[in-house]
Design a binder for this molecule. Sequence first.
Ligand code: NDP
Length: 298
Amino acid sequence: MAEIIDGKQIAEDVVAKVKGLTADLTAKGHAAPGLAVVIVGEDPASQVYVASKSKKAKECGFHSVQHTLPADTQEADLLKLIASLNADPAIDGILVQLPLPGHIDSGKVIQTIAPEKDVDGFHFVNVGKLGTGELETAFVPCTPAGSMILIERVRGKDLSGLNAVVVGRSNIVGKPMANLLLAANCTVTIAHSRTKDLPALARTADILVAAVGRPEMVKGDWVKPGATVIDVGINRIPAPEKGEGKSRLVGDVAFEEAAKNAGAITPVPGGVGPMTIALLMANTVVSAYLKAGLKRPA
Ligand code: NDP
């Protein structure tokens, strides 16, 4: 049976480190890191995410600001708000919760965030830095950055020569994940909906990352014995066994089956999910250090 990777505990370790870095920064006379979270509209899932990000920011000792805008907010007004946050010296990180209402161009909004405050790592400057291996100054998207920490906890820092297969090629998870693994000297294959014989490809992976959005798609016999399996997927499926109308969360990996073959595996929930928010805090404290002219904390 595989080792179950405790993302909750590892995320707590990251947050504890962020708290320590924040205390050190303020002890040196600098302002606490500032994180601005912007949400447009009333999507209930987004409201929950934003509330937990703001709460975690406060817990870390940050200056935490939340801007809640109505669903009919004009794009120009949102861009104006971002420009003012870009110019605000008390703000080190700006996060715009996605998805935005359909009448707003998300791409334009993201590219308006100053790259040095882009703690989500979605601005072209940060995407380019990750792609070219400029990891010292890049902000890396939180979910793949968090997944990388989980992988290193299991495999150690030296991943040289390991075969990694990333299933999914989104800009927010699959592609940056592949770039991080490549930067760590893995041999990386990115799979997607057009990939042929995905089970056979997956079986070549020492590190298998699933970021697809399809409940329990990755079966146990897709997993090479001893592989490290990182399940990024978060899917809500009906759970009639819990009562009528009830649901439960599952990942993109059929956990029970996969755990029989894997060396280590993340659960859903409690794996990658908690890391995402912890890495947002880590990126924000890094931004504050860089602004203060201090060395980037490791
Ligand atoms: P996207 O929908 O943007 O991307 C999904 C990817 O999966 C695409 O590249 C798609 O291929 C590929 N895909 C779809 N079907 C198949 C298939 N049958 N076989 C192989 N590949 C397939 O999703 P995201 O990357 O945004 O998210 C992926 C999952 O991760 C979701 O469940 C999401 O909820 C979760 N997530 C979790 C986070 C966390 O904090 N834990 C954060 C972000 C996301 P193609 O490009 O060809 O269409």
